[in-house]
Design a protein around this ligand. Structure first.
Ligand code: ZN
Length: 605
């Protein structure tokens, strides 16, 4: 059956995962996988630590574990697609629970690898990495070895992990439960009062009517105040547990573990923030321009994502949307345009607006088939067109990685958004030139882009500054509610400076921001800024060098999980991200966008 061009990209095809859900192929696949995972876990549990005598047995276990994990992810990717596209069906969440159970068994292999690598001498380990089948995944193995350097003894690790269930994870669950149930009163200017769930808080604060935004902010913060002691206790316990574990594991700094997970060195993070702090004037300037357009000098913290009041809302149909994306891609990056057409033609994109679809958008891929799938719901806004380009950017990254071994495809969070933001920027450049997009729509789009930039440079930096201060002070003892509020206000004033109206701070942001309460991930903030600026720097290079840049860009994406981020960028792009100068280029590129924004803003009479 040839794909009908009008329906391309509306409903995806998932048959290359499995012909049918729960059919004989899928049943046999699962049975084989479960057997392999158990067999590897048991063999690993029996095998003594790594040395010359056990090396070939460990190699065998690693190869089977790598392949089993790729199959596990194939199954998981398939179920993610089904869960998202059929949110009303109960059998898919049940399948998800089965996948999670299998993952827990798989993790036993990982624990044994950490144990096996710990006592191996440096020369034994280097020798091991030289084995032909292991060389392509040496980086992944080195990361396991580093984890083993900081691991406690096996019984101590077991105790820590059991205590975490009732400790750090319990605090995180308590926060989720309290915040999830939270209700707030919205007192509108006409004196009407409505009780709203906290899930609507963020969008109400960004309401085009600033009075509604303020009423939401005040009502919401009253609700957070009601659970401030519980939030403060959770935050203190989460930070305290991490500091205690770091001390026992011999990790001297609270950033060591987050930096290891995100694949970068301290020096790189410091270089990035040094460059950001030099140019905080750029996002501040944007917020002040926006405030001026609303007749004010500065904004309040809760307004940082509020849209500019312009009459936009041009609607696009699906064919227009794919035309805009395709033309923008093909004009400057033909291979990306070609991949987009391939995805449309082979049923890899799901965009139809219909009932029982989950909200949001994502890209998923299979390391077994080398295919990707994009999920979204297209409602005809320009934001939806940008989402499409963003997700296709992710798919392109996955497409390039498919040539690598499974364990050389797991890039760190710092590189997760590079390809997607890069693709979004290509679309944006195409749209600003396009005669099919009207003036107000262009302004609204640039406003949204720059609001995102301001969040990444100001809001995220505030979070990073606050969290750093929290860990520094927590080392001395517990922090009370009033101290947390004062620290949060100080961080906002320092980072936003004159772009923030006096009294416009949000003292409860430490309580309302979920990201501070994720039990297995600290500093869930700077990787966003990192990814954004890296993509901007790459785009600046592309604009300067033209098409000759693209082979280097593709080499970078292909190698993105094969080494530390510093080495990947150096080897493929020839740039040194440990230096402030690299990041300056990215920040400088924002000047043109600000100028463009100023030109598009309606002129005051
Ligand atoms: Zn993304």
């Amino acid at each position: 059956m040839s794909p009908d061009i009008d329906s391309a990209g509306r409903v995806w095809s998932l048959e290359s995962y499995f012909p049918t859900f729960g059919g004989s192929e899928m049943t046999a696949f699962k049975k084989q996988l479960q057997g392999d995972i158990r067999q590897s876990a048991e063999a690993a549990g029996r095998l003594p630590d790594l040395d010359a005598a056990t090396a070939s047995d460990w190699e065998e276990i690693i190869l089977l574990a790598e392949d089993a994990q790729a199959r596990l992810e194939h199954w998981s990717s398939y179920v993610s697609c089904l869960e998202a596209a059929h949110a009303d069906k109960e059998r898919y969440p049940q399948e998800r629970a089965a996948i999670n159970r299998e993952r827990a068994v798989w993790e036993r292999i990982d624990i044994e690898l950490v144990r096996a690598f710990r006592t191996a001498s440096a020369s034994t380990f280097d020798h091991f990495l030289q084995r032909e089948a292991l060389r392509p995944i040496a980086h992944a193995l080195k990361k396991i070895r580093t984890r083993s350097d900081y691991a406690l003894s096996t019984p101590m690790e077991r105790l820590a992990s059991d205590l975490n269930l009732d400790g750090i994870q319990a605090w995180s669950r308590l926060y989720d439960r309290l915040s999830g149930k939270l209700l707030f009163e919205l007192r509108l200017p006409d004196k009407q009062v409505a009780v709203k769930p906290i899930s609507q808080w963020r969008s109400l604060m960004a309401h085009p009517d600033r009075n509604v935004g303020r009423a939401a902010f005040e009502g919401g913060n009253q609700a957070w105040q009601g659970i401030e002691d519980a939030c403060a206790a959770a935050l203190n316990a989460i930070a305290g547990t991490r500091l205690t574990l770091d001390r026992h594991r011999g990790r001297p700094h609270f950033l060591d573990e987050p930096l290891f997970k995100s694949g970068i060195q301290r020096q790189t993070l410091e270089a990035m923030y040094a460059a950001v702090k030099e140019r905080l004037d750029l996002p501040r300037e944007f917020l002040k321009m926006k405030a001026a357009a609303m007749g004010r000098r500065a904004i309040a913290f809760f307004e940082r994502e509020a849209p500019l009041p312009v009459a936009s809302g041009q609607a696009f149909n699906w064919m227009e949307a794919i035309g805009l994306v395709e033309r923008s891609f093909s004009a400057v990056y033909p291979a990306l345009g070609e991949h987009f057409r391939r995805m449309l033609g082979t049923g890899w994109i799901e965009s139809e607006a219909r009932a029982n679809k989950r909200p949001g958008a994502f890209c998923t891929r299979s390391k077994k088939t080398g295919e990707q799938r994009v999920f979204m719901t297209f409602n005809g806004t320009l934001g939806d067109v940008a989402t499409l380009a963003h997700e296709v950017g992710h798919a392109w990254h996955g497409h390039l990685l498919r040539t690598q071994r499974p364990w050389a495809q797991n890039y760190p969070m710092t590189l997760a958004e590079t390809a997607s933001i890069f693709a979004e920027q290509i679309l944006a450049q195409g749209l600003y030139r396009s005669p099919d997009v009207d003036h107000n729509e262009k302004l609204a789009m640039l406003d949204e882009d720059l609001s995102g930039m301001a969040v990444l440079l100001l809001d995220i930096t505030t979070r990073f500054e606050f969290e750093s201060a929290l860990y520094r002070e927590r080392e001395e003892g517990e922090l009370g509610v009033s101290r947390l509020k004062a620290m949060m206000v100080a961080a906002q004033q320092q980072v936003y400076a004159d772009a923030l109206a006096p009294g416009g701070e949000d003292p409860y942001f430490w309580a309302s921001k979920l990201h501070f309460y994720i039990s297995d991930l600290a500093f869930y903030n700077y990787p966003y800024t990192f990814g954004f600026l890296l993509a901007r720097a790459l785009m600046a290079n592309f604009n300067q060098d033209g098409p000759s840049f693209l082979p280097r860009y593709e080499a970078f994406l292909t190698a993105s999980a094969s080494d530390t981020v510093e080495k990947v960028v150096l080897k493929t792009l020839g740039q040194d991200i440990t230096r402030k100068e690299f990041w300056r280029v990215a920040l400088q590129s924002l000047e043109a966008d600000l100028l463009h924004y100023r030109q598009l803003l309606p002129q005051k009479a």
